[in-house]
Design a protein around this ligand. Structure first.
Ligand SMILES: Cc1cc2nc3c(=O)[nH]c(=O)nc-3n(C[C@H](O)[C@H](O)[C@H](O)COP(=O)(O)OP(=O)(O)OC[C@H]3O[C@@H](n4cnc5c(N)ncnc54)[C@H](O)[C@@H]3O)c2cc1C
Length: 492
């Protein structure tokens, strides 16, 4: 069997699988619709400032280490453990809470809010740890050939975790903590999965374990894009060609195999094997014309929220702001229940601010600061028109200025805004859903779009909307699972 592989998409899933394959002797080419690699893990360089576009920290660092070991390379970027994971600010409380990895330091901050916080938190984390350890190898780091095999595998998960499948993250957290401060801070991590604690299953409380106990969170020295630059340099050493500004829009198949992908200029790309890093559901529908994934059917699937992100260069320093910060209002439950489907909830949005220049001097001119704001918003299924983006951004900037005690408006020298419309257009994200398909119970494991194509035997998938799901470590796990599929296929 020849080992020519064409990878569609140079996101983290695409480039990390490409490196695994190239190291194994496959002849790999990558086609990317944008003018640089990284996908959502991207970078904006503008007006002398450098901004991370999407991810600003990651968990499960050992997945990256294992990836480097599998590829027989030294990890091509440096990461730094965060002792303070992030800060949380409530609108009706002047106190800033610091979410610390060291549990004693974290717990002390709840002295006046929640009795016995440390003990309660330890109990909570023990349960989360059980859920993590009992599912990671059985459900998350697995290829499933069929739904039946998946359900058989699920029987190995201890029955005590089953009730967590049917209750929400929020209810699980409420069982453990009584103060609004503890409930809201502990449940914030559910937003990292692209939905809210109210519509995310309690099984994902395992994320609290990854946050605090298992491994923690990490920043990348020089900014997150170093991950992409490092992997792309390794690909260059392996003679992997990346063709930019080229979008795959059509295909030609013979019997049960794709023979050719067709780009937006009508050029044909032939290969023995195809690996798709574009969204695994949307690509099947829009490019491969698979009726199971028609636009109508795609719209009925459960998607994550959209993101309104903006990137601000300031001509001053902001010593009063930390590296990773959350700013919450006073109506958490109401807000979270409305943020996806009710655009009016954006009148007083909740948001996250990252100051990448805080520990990376190169990311801003001297005496300046690079700020990256992320605001979870309805995706394009629920809010199509974003003409009001400037109004929303201004309201966030005003709120932020008030809360940090400094009007930043006169200090702004660079501003870039991305709405769900831009996220959809730039990265082909269906309806601008920032993290792709949600992790609803009916959309995980073998119930998620699989990493092999049922109709075309030489076609495989990697990335956030196939298994195991969204997030950088998941993209790395996804690359391992896709690589295993391709190895099995070529061995036949
Ligand atoms: C605002 C935001 C913040 C986030 N923060 C974090 C975080 O802090 N930590 C974390 O771990 N994760 C975070 N994530 C999630 C993380 O970014 C993604 O899960 C991950 O980057 C997805 O990688 P991927 O390879 O699956 O897909 P992508 O990055 O989307 O890559 C797919 C690539 O395919 C290309 N493509 C698509 N269609 C075609 C086509 N037809 N032809 C050619 N090319 C095509 C796209 O241009 C893209 O480059 C965040 C995401 C967002 C949006």
């Amino acid at each position: 069997m020849n080992k020519n592989i064409l990878v569609v998409g140079a996101g983290l899933g695409g480039i990390s699988t490409a490196l695994r394959l190239a190291k194994k002797g496959y002849k790999v080419k990558i086609i990317e619709k944008n003018d640089k690699a990284g996908g959502r893990l991207n970078q904006i360089k503008k007006d002398g400032f450098t901004f991370d576009v999407g991810p600003s920290f990651f968990s499960m660092s050992y997945e990256f280490e294992e990836f480097a070991k599998d590829c027989n390379i030294k990890l091509p970027f440096e990461y730094i453990e965060l002792k303070t994971l992030y800060s949380v600010n409530f609108i009706d409380n002047p106190k800033t809470f610091y979410v610390k990895k060291y549990i004693k330091d974290f717990s002390e901050q709840f002295n006046e809010y929640e009795d016995d916080f440390e003990q309660k938190f330890t109990n909570y984390l023990n349960q989360c740890g059980d859920a993590f350890n009992d599912t990671i190898d059985i459900v998350i780091k697995q290829n499933f050939d069929s739904v039946i095999k998946y359900f058989i595998k699920l029987t190995q998960v201890k029955p005590k975790h089953l009730p967590k499948l049917y209750t929400s993250f929020w209810k699980q957290v409420k069982k453990h903590f009584s103060s609004k401060e503890a409930q809201q801070i502990v449940s914030l991590v559910a937003f990292f999965l692209g939905r809210t604690p109210f519509d995310t299953s309690a099984i994902y409380s395992l994320l609290s374990y990854t946050e605090f106990k298992h491994d923690g969170y990490f920043n990348v020295k020089g900014g997150m894009y170093q991950i992409v630059e490092g992997i792309v340099n390794e690909l260059i050493k392996e003679n992997v060609e990346i063709i930019y500004n080229t979008e795959i829009v059509d295909f030609i198949a013979e019997n049960d195999k794709i023979t050719t992908l067709v780009d937006n200029n009508g050029k044909n790309w032939t290969s023995d094997i195809f690996l798709i890093n574009a969204d695994a559901a949307a690509f099947r529908g829009k490019v491969l014309k698979n009726k199971k994934y028609s636009v109508n059917k795609l719209d009925k699937m459960n998607w994550t929220m959209g993101y309104l992100t903006f990137y601000i260069g300031l001509k001053c320093k902001l010593p009063q702001v930390n590296h990773h910060n959350y700013f919450l209002g006073s109506n958490y439950e109401d807000y979270a229940n409305n943020v996806m489907k009710n655009p009016d909830s954006l009148q007083k949005p909740y948001y996250y601010v990252n100051v990448v220049s805080k520990y990376n001097d190169d990311c801003a001119p001297e005496g300046c600061e690079s700020l990256f704001f992320v605001c979870p918003v309805p995706n394009l299924l629920y809010k199509k028109n974003w003409d009001d983006k400037d109004l929303i951004v201004d309201s966030i900037i005003d709120d932020f200025s008030e809360r940090i005690g400094k009007d930043i408006k006169p200090e702004i020298v660079s501003k870039t805004i991305l709405t769900p419309v831009d996220w959809e257009k730039q990265f082909n994200l269906h309806r601008g859903a920032g993290l792709g398909l949600s992790h609803k119970i009916m959309q995980i494991g073998a119930l998620r779009p699989q990493n092999f194509d049922k109709k075309y035997k030489n076609t495989f998938y990697v990335g956030a909307s196939t298994i195991p799901g969204a997030g950088l470590p998941m993209a790395i796990i996804s690359s391992k699972l896709a690589f295993e599929r391709i190895e099995n296929y070529t061995r036949k």
